[in-house]
Write a protein that binds this ligand. Structure first.
Ligand code: THU
Length: 133
């Protein structure tokens, strides 16, 4: 996997960020096991909590197309901001061991490790009585 290429795709995704309230663009590039990359940007809303983060946009694009197996995600912001807890949890559902790369717009990487390192003891489908289908 070319990490800088994934970061570049995340960077490009920030161009579509809809951010009239925060002016804080976020881009994500989610690499599926088959090599397909799903990108996402943050999409804000006048009802602030309705906002969806870039990571979850990328994830739901993939899952809605039947893709559930992921190997990495690159998340890019101007100051290498870290994925929020909600996004960590949602990614963890599908691939706790996926690689997470956090970078700034210049490609400087501040974190490159497994998602499980960002969400220790994350809640999984196995904690429920029945596995997710
Ligand atoms: N944001 C993301 O897109 N991903 C995160 O993991 C953290 C926060 C967005 C949401 C909102 O549009 C802006 O960053 C400021 O919170």
């Amino acid at each position: 996997m070319d990490v800088q290429e994934l970061i570049q795709q995340a960077c490009a995704a920030t161009k579509n960020a809809y951010i009239p309230y925060s002016n804080y663009p976020v881009g994500a590039a989610l690499l599926a096991a088959d090599g397909t990359v799903y990108t996402g940007c943050n999409v804000e809303n006048a009802s602030f909590p309705v906002t969806i983060c870039a990571e979850r946009v990328a994830l739901v694009k993939a899952v809605s197309e039947g893709v559930r197996d992921f190997s990495a995600i690159a998340v890019v912001t101007r100051n290498a901001g870290s994925p929020c807890g909600m996004c960590r949890q949602m990614l963890f559902e599908f691939a706790p061991q996926m690689r997470v790369i956090i970078a700034d717009m210049d490609g400087n990487v501040v974190f490159d490790d497994a998602l499980a390192q960002l969400l220790p003891l994350g809640f999984t489908p196995n904690h429920l009585d029945h596995a997710a289908s």
